[in-house]
Design a protein around this ligand. Structure first.
Ligand SMILES: O=C(O)CCC(=O)C(=O)O
Ligand SMILES: [Fe+2]
Length: 198
């Protein structure tokens, strides 16, 4: 595990990045497994400022039985873990130092798909738990911005890379994956989370 520190600030926000968490064989196998469940992906209908908006990307959730994780008015059913995704989850949980029971997977079909500036909702997560983000497919730039100072960070998320956000990251920073014209290859992003049992 060769982690690079992206953020480690006085407020306790921590972001670490490992560009080569998965080797080439694991990347190919996991991409193939996600491609097999491609028909389970659909757009989120997100309620924002009283309006219903279809997300500019496709989404699918996997997790342990009976879990719910709500965000922006979406309460999505979780599918059972495909075996390779569960194996990746186990390895990533060992890196985080706690269990991970939920994975939200975004599919950016081309560079036109994106996710806007936001912080992840942490009230349904186990306090102090990390959010671990595994990328597969097209490399896309990921941006982090401090909510008060506007300080910017950008990381090109490579296929097979792992980015871990922990500490007060969601409290002090927003993040986004902007549009990138000219990207024709799809990208899957899996964010593993430790959702609180309700
Ligand atoms: O695709 C990414 O790298 C980020 C996804 C994300 O921020 C989210 O699902 O909350
Ligand atoms: Fe996010």
């Amino acid at each position: 595990m060769s982690q690079v520190s992206i953020i480690d600030d006085a407020d306790g926000a921590i972001v670490d990045y490992d560009p080569e968490f998965l080797d080439a064989g694991e990347r190919t196998a996991l991409l193939a497994e996600l491609a097999q469940v491609r028909d389970r992906f659909d757009r989120d209908r997100v309620v924002m400022y009283g309006k219903t908006i279809d997300s500019p990307r496709l989404v699918c959730a996997f997790g342990d039985d009976g879990l719910h994780y709500r965000y922006a008015g979406v309460d999505r059913t979780t599918h059972p873990w495909p075996p390779r995704l569960r194996a990746a989850r186990d390895r990533i949980a060992a890196v985080c130092g706690h269990s991970l029971n939920y994975a939200l997977v975004n599919l950016y079909r081309t560079g036109d798909d994106y996710i806007g500036w936001h912080a992840d909702k942490v009230s349904d997560l186990v306090p102090g738990s990390a959010i671990a983000s595994l990328s597969l497919g097209a490399a896309r730039p990921f941006q982090l911005r401090h909510k008060a100072t506007g300080a910017d960070h950008e990381v090109l998320l490579a296929s097979g890379s792992l980015l871990i956000m922990r500490g007060t990251c969601q409290q002090f920073y927003k993040h986004a994956l902007p549009r990138r014209r000219g990207v024709t290859e799809p990208r899957f992003n899996v964010t593993f989370r430790h959702v609180r049992a309700v």
